[in-house]
Design a binder for this molecule. Structure first.
Ligand SMILES: *Cc1c(COP(=O)(O)O)cnc(C)c1O
Length: 236
């Protein structure tokens, strides 16, 4: 008689549980409801099997940067029908069709041409694609994203695209050890989100905070932290 091995918690599952506890802790310190902070598990470059392990523990949202890598995983995990895939990488025109057809979210929108293509290419049998506007909050010239003063015009145009569901803002702040500088950028994001919500009350997502700045981002109102390394380990 064969005996099923007792389900041991894998290393990735243990990391996931630890991150969930850190989110809870940071939320309580910030006097926020931990349920308001969603965890996006950034699985880029990691195998489908590790995504499946996270799914077994109830994790539903996964972030991917590289289209080909992502499409293989989406295909391999088609049996998990409640999984939500977020595209969080830079997006060129020749890749919009695959994103529109295979993802639930695109978090890096910052150009009208790309938004128009995602709208045109979203299949009619799918709900509108959830999108976030990426903000270049550190105003670094080489970085993607809209500048704060460009957002209002872009938003007014974007809401006309009915196959897209604009949910909020995303940023990758400056890579700096200067906590005050970082806090200033996160706070600017929070203020921008709050002022946009006066006009667009449907905005419910502020995606900021990665492995290194998660707690600070939660303090400044993040509703979605994007964590890769601390769940899946370092990338090659
Ligand atoms: C890779 C990546 C992350 C995750 O970063 P870690 O430092 O591995 O937690 C988050 N957001 C974006 C946009 C990324 O590209």
């Amino acid at each position: 008689m064969s005996v099923e091995p007792s389900p041991a918690v894998t290393a990735v599952q243990a990391n996931l549980i630890m991150i969930q506890q850190r989110i809870k802790q940071a939320s309580l310190i910030a006097q926020r409801d931990p349920n308001e902070v969603k965890l996006l598990a950034v699985s880029k470059t990691k195998p489908a099997e590790l995504v499946r392990q996270c799914h077994q523990l109830g994790q539903r949202h996964f972030g991917e940067n590289y289209l080909q890598d992502a499409l293989e995983k989406i295909e391999a995990l088609q049996d998990l029908d409640d999984i939500e895939w977020h595209f969080i990488g830079p997006l060129q025109s020749n890749k919009t069709k695959a994103v529109a057809e295979n993802f639930d979210w695109c978090e890096t929108l910052d150009r009208r041409k790309i938004a128009q293509r995602l709208h045109d290419q979203r299949p009619a049998n799918k709900p509108p694609l959830n999108v976030l506007l990426q903000i270049n909050i550190s105003r670094e010239p080489q970085k993607s994203g809209l500048l704060v003063e460009q957002v209002e015009d872009f938003a007014a145009w974007l809401v006309g695209l009915t196959n897209l569901n604009w949910r909020g803002l995303m940023c990758i702040p400056e890579a700096t050890d200067d906590r005050d500088r970082l806090a200033e950028q996160l706070q600017t994001m929070q203020t921008l989100q709050q002022s946009l919500r006066q006009i667009y009350p449907q905005l419910d997502t502020l995606s900021m905070g990665m492995s290194a700045d998660m707690a600070l981002a939660i303090q400044y109102g993040s509703s979605e932290v994007r964590i890769g390394t601390d769940i899946f380990g370092a990338r090659a």
